[in-house]
Design a protein around this ligand. Structure first.
Ligand code: C5P
Length: 208
């Protein structure tokens, strides 16, 4: 089974890139961020606290990977809540177990997130770490929000990105970092098509 692991910070372009790669190679795709978001949303909807590990684990162990709806889970507030519940080791263990069983699907899988190459699938055939400067990522997020009719201050969007980076990179369990054998793709000055071509060259070489 071939697994492609794609990690990186928020708004680096790894979601779009992962979908293009999965389509190109005919592999199943899982955006693992949606699993953390689904747990956060379930707690928010039920009016439950985001810092009670026992409560969050119960929700994490009931996760149904086939029911993850990006449109419903993409709200900014859910991302923020997801990064809070993602610091809890027992929540991570439950979600990682579900993610690993997805990774075994034939003929192959693409998983994207923060800890795929380091923790979830350390034996992945190909590991990519997709990043861009905080300013470029904030600009993309800001433009996306503006296109969707959402008013925001650029400085606030940048501060949100930097706060999320600090939480994801600074947590004790499975912090965001490139695996030692990951290929780095910096999309700061690259469009999605150039990033896709760079990724394809790396994947083709690894699968040969
Ligand atoms: O990628 P996305 O923004 O949807 O992820 C939401 C949050 O879920 C991240 O900020 C991170 O805290 C958490 N996450 C994680 N590990 C993953 C995927 C996401 O901790 N593999």
């Amino acid at each position: 089974m071939t697994t492609i692991a794609i990690d990186g910070p928020a708004a680096a372009g790894k979601g779009t890139l992962s979908r293009l790669i999965a389509d190109a190679y005919g592999f199943h795709h899982l955006d693992t961020g949606l699993t953390y978001r689904a747990v956060a949303k379930a707690l928010l909807d039920a009016g439950l606290p985001l810092d009670d590990e026992a409560v969050a684990v119960r929700s994490a162990s009931e996760i149904d990977l086939s029911g993850l709806d990006r449109a419903v889970l993409s709200a900014h507030g859910i991302g923020e809540a997801a990064s809070k519940i993602a610091v809890m080791p027992a929540v991570r263990r439950a979600l990682v177990e579900a993610q690993r069983s997805f990774a075994r699907k034939a003929p192959g899988t693409v998983l994207d997130g923060r800890d795929i190459g380091t923790v979830v699938c350390p034996d992945a055939k190909v590991k990519l770490y997709v990043t861009a400067s905080p300013e470029v990522r904030a600009r993309r997020r800001y433009d996306e929000m503006a296109a969707g009719g959402v008013q925001a201050e650029f400085a606030t969007v940048l501060a949100d990105i930097e706060r999320r980076d600090a939480r994801d990179m600074g947590r004790a369990d499975s912090p965001l970092k490139p695996a030692s054998d990951a290929h780095l793709i910096d999309t700061s000055t690259m469009g999605i098509e150039a990033a896709f071509q760079a990724a394809r060259a790396i994947i083709d070489a690894a699968l040969k």
